[in-house]
Design a binder for this molecule. Structure first.
Ligand SMILES: [Fe+2]
Ligand SMILES: [Fe+2]
Length: 319
C-alpha cells in the first residue's frame, strides 16, 4: 500500500471533524454527515413542536387571568412560545426539512414533543409553577445549546434563552405573590408544585444509561451535558428557590449530600414517563386534536398566501 487516496469526501469529513474539534460552528452551506443532519432535524423539530404545543396548557388561562396585568404578562409569554417555535422550524429548514412536513409528522403522531405539555393546568397557580419549574428546566436544558455545533440552532437558542428567563421570573413572581396571600392561595401553590415537580424532572429525558442518542450528540457537540447532569443541576437550583418561596418539594428523599456536593433525590417514575411520551398521558389526545383543528382552520390563510405569491410572480413576469 502506498499513500491513501484523499477523496473529496474524506477531505470534507476532515473539515467537518476539524470544525467540531475546534468548537467552531457548522453552517448550512457546509458538508455534514447525513446522520448529523438527521439527528439535528429530529432534535430541532421535536423542540419546535414542544414550543407550539406548549402554548396550550397556559393559553387555556388567557381568558380567565385574574387581572389585566396577569393577562398581559401571560399573553406576552404565550406569544413568545409561538415565536420560539417559528425560529426553530426555520432552523430545521436550513437543514433541508420542510415546515409543512414537520407539522404533518407532529399531527400524525410520528414526531414527539416534550412530555411535560401533556399534563392539565387545573388552577391559575399552575401558570406560576409552569413558569418557575417548566421554563426553569427549559433554561437549564437550553443554555448549553447556545454553544451547539450547528450555527442556526445555537443562534436561535441565544434569543430563546433570553425570553425563557423572563418566563421563569414571571412565574416565580406570581408564586411569590400568591404565597404572600391567603391560606387558600398558598395551598393552591403547594398543590400545583406537587403535581408539576416530578414531570419537570422527566423533562430532561431518560437516565443516561437509557438514552441512546446522548453519546453521539455529545461527540458531535450538539449536546454539551448528559440528561442526568442537567437534571441534577435543576434540582440543586430549585431547592433554595422552593425554600425562599416557602413551598415543599414533594420528595421525602430530597436532601443535601455533602460528599457529592449535590442534592440526592428520589426515584423518578420512568413508567409514567414512558406512558406519557408514547401518547397515554392525561392530555395527549386533546393536545394533538387542538393542534390539528388550528392547522385545519388555518388552511384558507395558507391557500391565500400561495395564491398571492403566484399573483405577484405573474405580475413580475408580465412586467
Ligand atoms: Fe419557549
Ligand atoms: Fe417559555
Amino acid at each position: 500500500m502506498t499513500a491513501t487516496a484523499v477523496t473529496p469526501e474524506t477531505e470534507l469529513q476532515r473539515h467537518f471533524e476539524d470544525t467540531i474539534e475546534h468548537d467552531r460552528r457548522i453552517e448550512p452551506r457546509d458538508w455534514m454527515p447525513e446522520a448529523y443532519r438527521k439527528s439535528l432535524v429530529r432534535q430541532i423539530a421535536q423542540h419546535a413542536h414542544s414550543e407550539i404545543i406548549g402554548m396550550q396548557p397556559e393559553g387555556k388561562w388567557l381568558t380567565r387571568a385574574p387581572s389585566l396585568r396577569r393577562k398581559a404578562i401571560l399573553l406576552a409569554k404565550v406569544q413568545d412560545e409561538a415565536g420560539h417555535g417559528m425560529y426553530l422550524y426555520s432552523a430545521a429548514e436550513t437543514l433541508g426539512a420542510d415546515r409543512a412536513d414537520l407539522t404533518q409528522l407532529l399531527i400524525d403522531g410520528k414526531q414527539k414533543y416534550s412530555s411535560i405539555f401533556n399534563y392539565p393546568t387545573l388552577t391559575f397557580a399552575d401558570v406560576g409553577v409552569i413558569g418557575w419549574l417548566v421554563d426553569g428546566a427549559a433554561i437549564v436544558n437550553q443554555v448549553p445549546l447556545c454553544r451547539s455545533s450547528f450555527g442556526p440552532y445555537a443562534r436561535a437558542m441565544v434569543r430563546i434563552c433570553k425570553e425563557e428567563s423572563f418566563h421563569q421570573r414571571q412565574g416565580y413572581e406570581l408564586l411569590a405573590h400568591l404565597m404572600g396571600g391567603t391560606p387558600a392561595q398558598r395551598a393552591m401553590v403547594q398543590d400545583a408544585t406537587n403535581r408539576w415537580w416530578w414531570p419537570s424532572l422527566m423533562m430532561f429525558g431518560p437516565p443516561d444509561a437509557d438514552s441512546p442518542n446522548t453519546q453521539q450528540s455529545m461527540a458531535w457537540r450538539i449536546k454539551r451535558h448528559t440528561n442526568d447532569e442537567l437534571r441534577q443541576r435543576f434540582v440543586d437550583m430549585s431547592v433554595p428557590q422552593a425554600e425562599a418561596l416557602g413551598v415543599t418539594l414533594p420528595d421525602p428523599a430530597l436532601r443535601w449530600n455533602s460528599e457529592r456536593e449535590h442534592h440526592d433525590f428520589g426515584e423518578i417514575d420512568w413508567m409514567e414517563f414512558k406512558r406519557v411520551v408514547s401518547g397515554q398521558g392525561p392530555c395527549n389526545a386533546e393536545r394533538i386534536a387542538h393542534r390539528k383543528a388550528a392547522h385545519d382552520d388555518g388552511e384558507w390563510v395558507r391557500e391565500a398566501a400561495v395564491a398571492y405569491a403566484a399573483k405577484q410572480a405573474a405580475r413580475g413576469a408580465a412586467a
